[in-house]
Design a protein around this ligand. Sequence first.
Ligand code: FAD
Length: 322
Amino acid sequence: MNILIVHAHHEPQSFSSALAQQAESSLKAAGHQVVVSDLHKMDFDPVSGRENFTSLKDPQYLKQQIEEMHASEVGGFSADVEAEIVKLEQCDALLFSFPLWWFGMPAILKGWCDKVLAMGRIYGGPKLYEGGIGQATKRGMVLMTTGGGPSAYDGWGLNPSLDVIMAPIQHGVLWFNGFLPLEPFVAWSPVRVSDEERAAYLSSLASRMENLFEEPHVQMPPMADFPNWGHDIRNRYIVVVSQKLERDQRFHDLVADEQAMLADWKRQGKLLEFSISDPNDSQWRAFLKLRATNSKEVESMLSELPLAEYLSFQTTELAKPA
Ligand code: FAD
């Protein structure tokens, strides 16, 4: 398989660069062809302008998307943009490697997206989401380092949750263009962890690279579920879960399977939110927000939970926006 790694760190000795190098060597060892666009090494110019093109449809008034469509028809992209577009078109998996900057990607990488993901050649018309160039078969993945630790980004911390921060990349860039996103690989706060923990990050990344085309991807909602860019054809349900039967040893043995199934539902886009009160309180409650076609599907999902026989479920369908 062909893999494109787009790497954005200005220091080759950084841990972010070590992640990109690890990904490259593990993928090559697994027999893949790897192309690396090391944006700083290439001195990539991230600023979009007339220079993106070799000929302009309207030299008087720059409308980037119109010029991109024109350039797509006449082969009019500048050499640097054209070279990156070709790499993107030829890859089976697209990896972005970068340090988290201002809750997003560094400007040089954002500039790569702004220039290379060009209307016409890359996206537009039917080429969106499952119809995009990734064809809902190619894979996309983020390799990221952070300054903050995981508790700052777990939904209870000061910063927005990792899912929120990742949405512009996972949904807005990868899935919008038809690449199936994998769970991001995050090396939390590499500056503050021990040598052993950094070595563990590298070896865990190596394992994920060996399995890049086999690991389950995050299931994103297909465009077909949102006719005419309208609301989701699927519904939302809130399920309040409480204890029905006393806990016994079997209950405790099944908790890990229950958690794995919830994680799988989350990856499949069926479980949108999950929260739970103190599980040691005899009156504990869990709250699930589910995306499903109808209440029958919800019922069937809940019946599959490993702990189902111990639990009571109260399901309410949420109103759709007008
Ligand atoms: P480095 O400092 O390069 O590396 C960490 C350590 O790893 C170093 O000691 C290095 O020697 C060591 N190392 C390198 N290679 C190896 C190897 N092969 N094996 C073992 N150890 C190795 N953080 C946030 O959380 N949120 C933000 O919004 C945010 N915004 C930022 C905005 C800007 C403009 C900047 C500059 C930083 C921001 N940060 C933010 C912090 C930033 O995300 C972190 O500084 C960065 O991700 C750390 O990764 P690094 O690769 O640069 O670390």
